[in-house]
Design a protein around this ligand. Structure first.
Ligand code: NAP
Length: 260
């Protein structure tokens, strides 16, 4: 399907690996020029080489921590006030127990997974509104729909972002700008490998056993791929998705057991 976004310009945050990289690859396949970002220059160069070896698009890199103000400014500066698509993303908070988390743990999680996407949206929305076209996709988590006990920091921060998007998306929709959230379930990325390791340590089993248990609990009996995730993101950024506003789309292989 032609997504109708060839030649548009996108920022994809935290995109040298994992779900962010999946989104960057799918947008590049649709002909979108990219600004990609992560903290590690080597990983980011690998991502740049991968994308440009496959697709004829312009890719710029920004090595920065997207959760800092200077990181956000550096990424936005590359867009030169001419941005069509924003995909927000950052690393997820560490797992733990409700009784252990301090105020500073919450502040870190809120900064990364709630206030950073909100700050980026606030910066890019005026330009998109002026143009009469824009697409914003936030990578959140299935934990917004079904809490994951060990990820209470994530459950909390992402729920806050979801509330913000629910209201804001409806205020900017009339200007041709859509904001939606993608809620990943379990996808095969480094983040999930480290969470499997944590589960294995807690349960006294191997991480392979932890992975097997987790796979068995998903109706499709496998982890999702970054390609599947990226394709959904690119569709939300397409011309065809202009009537999808303020939605939370679960990509979880059926793991969240609910009727709607
Ligand atoms: P990942 O495989 O660990 O990849 C994270 C990517 O983000 C890397 O490119 C990393 O590069 C970059 N990054 C991390 N922190 C950053 C920061 N502060 N500034 C800039 N770049 C940063 O993680 P993932 O699995 O793709 O997960 C992405 C997000 O989705 C996380 O918030 C995660 O909690 C959430 N999520 C994932 C799943 C899943 O199934 N994978 C499920 C639910 C929610 P550098 O380390 O070089 O910065």
């Amino acid at each position: 399907m032609d997504l109708g976004i060839k030649g548009k310009k996108a920022i994809v945050c935290a995109s040298s690996k994992g779900l962010g990289l999946g989104c960057a690859l799918s947008l590049a396949e649709a002909g979108v020029d990219l600004i990609i970002n992560s903290r590690d220059a080597g990983n980011l160069d690998n991502a740049l080489n991968l994308i440009t070896s496959k697709y004829q698009v312009r890719v710029e890199t920004v090595v920065a921590d997207i959760t800092t103000k200077t990181g956000q400014e550096a990424v936005l500066e590359k867009a030169e006030n001419n941005l069509d698509i924003l995909v927000t993303n950052a690393g997820g908070p560490p797992p733990g127990l409700w009784s252990e988390w301090s105020r500073s743990d919450f502040i870190l999680a809120l900064d990364a997974n709630m206030l950073t996407p909100i700050a980026l949206m606030k910066e890019v929305l005026p330009g998109m509104i002026d143009k009469g076209w824009g697409r914003i996709v936030n990578i959140t988590s299935q934990s917004v729909k079904a809490p994951i006990p060990a990820l209470g920091l994530s459950n909390s921060a992402r729920a806050g972002l979801t509330g913000y998007v629910a209201g804001t998306s409806r205020q900017v929709a009339e200007f041709g700008v859509t904001i939606n959230n993608l809620q990943p379930g379990v996808h095969d990325t480094d983040r999930i490998k480290s969470l499997d390791l944590h589960t294995a340590k807690q349960a006294g089993i191997t991480s392979m056993e932890a992975k097997q248990n987790r796979r068995n609990a998903i109706p499709v009996k496998r982890y999702g791929t970054i390609q599947e995730f990226g394709s959904a993101c690119a569709f939300l950024c397409s011309q065809q998705a202009g009537f999808i506003i303020g939605q939370n789309i679960l990509l979880d292989g059926g793991a969240v057991n609910s009727t709607m």
